[in-house]
Ligand binder design. Structure first.
Ligand code: FAD
Length: 269
């Protein structure tokens, strides 16, 4: 067993200070970090529990934007009337993460900070063109995801909330890996309504398939901008090169799934 210290600050400022310590790590739901520690892949000297910080919790609407606090659990997002009304596809996505235990412990901030290539939330964050608000700055989704398990976050930087523009339409479709329920392939599509996400603009983001993590599909975005209908995607495909290939599915299989999930996501929208 590795020894570590545990602190539970009550403000972002205090957490930020605690994270300046050597090898200090933020703890949210612990559903990625604790297994990683058990496997000795992470050995933090101090765990800084974000769970006691009120300003990281909650869901609110600010005009055309839905703001979700970093320590809001997947279950809270899935059951929120505000989310269901503003972005039903986001509530659906959260309700399909893992199992009930994972959904009641795991948080949106933890998922987006971790940036697992098979996680659900990165598809929505990129597909909606959300903004990641940290204790230091605001980061556009297009500049935030930088590779497998890699983001623009700097050491000690804390995600405070995620700001989602409320779209005119959005849909999410996921082909899950049966044992874990992580994405084998998932696709989030959205059509803008104005403001941060221009009216008529379309974004398509894919999780689970990219060998460099979540990515957008410009060819599908162009086709859907011309006509936002599943039929518009006929003949628009994603090449297998650059996609992940593993025991769960080849790159070619994932490419075929992207086509199918994209059409389902548009139909759902
Ligand atoms: C059995 C199982 C099945 C799962 N299935 C799915 C699935 O289907 N889809 C899916 O998307 N995910 C799935 N997950 C992952 C789950 O969603 C996790 O909750 C999530 O990846 C991490 O969130 P967390 O709150 O538990 O973060 P933690 O494990 O506490 O932290 C993860 C990382 O993020 C950092 N961090 C946490 N919060 C912040 C913050 N606010 N600011 C900066 N850094 C922060 C931590 O320091 C750590 O490095 C599954 C997990 C398990 C165990």
């Amino acid at each position: 067993m590795n020894n570590f210290d545990y602190v539970r600050p009550s403000s972002v400022a205090a957490a930020s200070q605690a994270l300046l310590g050597a090898n200090a790590t933020a703890l949210a739901g612990g559903h990625t970090l604790i297994p990683t520690m058990k496997q000795r892949l992470a050995k933090p000297s101090t765990l800084v529990d974000l769970g006691g910080i009120a300003e990281l919790k909650g869901i609110r609407r600010e005009g055309g934007t839905l703001v979700i606090g970093a320590t809001t659990t997947h279950a809270e997002v899935a059951s929120s009337g505000e989310v269901r009304q503003a972005i039903p596809a986001l509530a659906k996505l959260a309700g399909g993460i893992g199992d009930a235990q994972v959904r009641h412990r795991g948080t949106i901030g933890g998922s987006v900070a971790n940036n697992d290539p098979a996680a659900d939330y990165p598809a929505a964050v990129l597909g909606l063109g959300a903004t990641i608000v940290t204790n230091k700055r605001q980061i556009e989704a297009d500049k935030y995801f930088t590779g497998l398990f890699s983001t623009a976050l700097q050491p000690g930087e804390i995600i405070v909330s995620i700001r989602f523009p409320i779209p005119a339409q959005a849909g999410y479709a996921k082909f899950e890996q049966r044992a874990s329920r992580y994405c084998l392939v998932s696709v989030f599509v959205a059509k803008g309504k104005g403001g941060m996400f221009s009216s008529g603009d379309v974004r398509v983001a894919v999780s689970g398939a990219g060998s460099n993590g979540v990515f957008r599909v410009p060819a599908m975005e162009q086709a859907l901008k011309a006509n936002f209908a599943a039929a518009s995607l006929a003949g628009v495909s994603v090449p297998a090169s650059g996609l992940m290939s593993d025991m769960h599915g080849s790159a070619e299989y994932r490419a075929a799934l992207i086509d199918a999930m994209a059409q389902q996501a548009v139909s759902a929208a």
